[in-house]
Unconditional design. Structure first.
Length: 319
């Protein structure tokens, strides 16, 4: 079966079959996109992402991932911010996703997610995207928001998935068309010498890119993704660490600072590698610029640090 009529998109050949279920509905040939029109009642959702055994993300959660790719070492840091954003009436949580390749910032997105109070499913309501090239902001490709230009939300991770189920994670024609198939609920996988059991295994794909085909493993012991395998190029992404920052009164580095700000931060942390040389006890010009960018206030700060080795966090109490 071809789902072009159902979704306005062309699915990979392995999904050209009748009776494909998307978000609980069977889509038959020649049905159009109007059949995927999830009923969103804002009061049904909460910005507290907790209780879903596969995707449990209380505020302050920080996840670190690494992948060795043919392009270099990729490091990804996810942080669940205290910040919320209303998207078409739904209060969503900001899921900050920062990607580095060999120490260079290449992408930073603010994903907007919320949890259905009744089902526990975590829904995806859009994202703002900054893509970088050579340290400079290049474009915002991939950005979308529910309700803008016909964009529709989808389910990121279900609380009670069923094997064989296929659902949309997002939909904006030509921009955001990610889909998921549930393959298993009982996978065992070893990551970094640790064995995880009863994991959810998914097949993630998008018809916008025939090379974007992945297996993902979400494990209850962590409450999140622990392993991702790219099926085309063979690259794998591993969870390195999960942290929980219980202090919610933090100042987070704004991902939409200017190109000059990004450069100041990069220079600051490159210089920090040589910080033992010639310490004078006085703040350097870069330090003063950096502190101004972070807009220090309140009891303290936690900034997202950009360095050659990836992302880490720095906290300094004010006097």
């Amino acid at each position: 079966m071809d789902l072009r009529g159902a979704l306005g998109i062309a699915l990979p050949q392995e999904y050209a079959k009748e009776g494909v279920k998307i978000d609980g509905k069977i889509f038959e040939e020649n049905e159009d996109l109007e059949n995927y029109n999830p009923k969103i009642i804002p009061s049904d959702f909460t910005s507290q992402i907790e209780g879903n055994q596969y995707f449990d993300l209380p505020v302050g959660t920080v996840l670190h991932f690494e992948a060795k790719t043919e392009d270099g070492l990729e490091k990804i840091t996810i942080e669940i911010l205290p910040e919320t954003v209303e998207v078409n009436g739904v209060e969503t949580r900001v899921y900050l996703d920062t990607v580095y390749l060999d120490g260079e910032l290449v992408e930073q997105t603010r994903d907007y997610i919320a949890q259905n109070r009744k089902t526990g499913d975590v829904w995806y309501f859009g994202e703002d995207v900054n893509n970088y090239e050579d340290g400079k902001l290049a474009d915002h490709d991939g950005a979308w928001l529910y309700g803008r230009d016909g964009a529709l939300p989808g389910i990121w991770v279900k609380a009670n998935p069923k094997v064989g189920e296929i659902y949309l994670q997002e939909y904006l024609e030509g921009e955001a068309e990610d889909m998921v198939e549930i393959l298993s609920l009982s996978e065992t996988i070893n990551v970094g010498g640790k064995t995880y059991s009863n994991c959810l295994k998914t097949y993630d794909f998008t018809p916008l890119d025939e090379h974007s085909k992945e297996h993902k493993y979400y494990c209850p012991e962590v409450g999140n993704l622990v392993y991702l395998e790219h099926l085309v190029d063979g690259d794998v992404l591993n969870l390195i660490a999960r942290e929980n920052n219980e202090e919610s009164n933090n100042t987070i580095l704004d991902p939409y600072k200017s190109e000059d700000d990004v450069k100041i931060i990069q220079n600051f942390y490159e210089d920090k590698e040589d910080s033992n040389e010639g310490e004078s006890g006085e703040d350097s010009e870069d330090e003063e610029d950096f502190e101004e960018i972070l807009e220090i206030g309140g009891a303290g700060l936690v900034g997202l640090l950009i360095g050659g080795f990836g992302v880490f966090f720095w906290r300094r109490k004010q006097k």
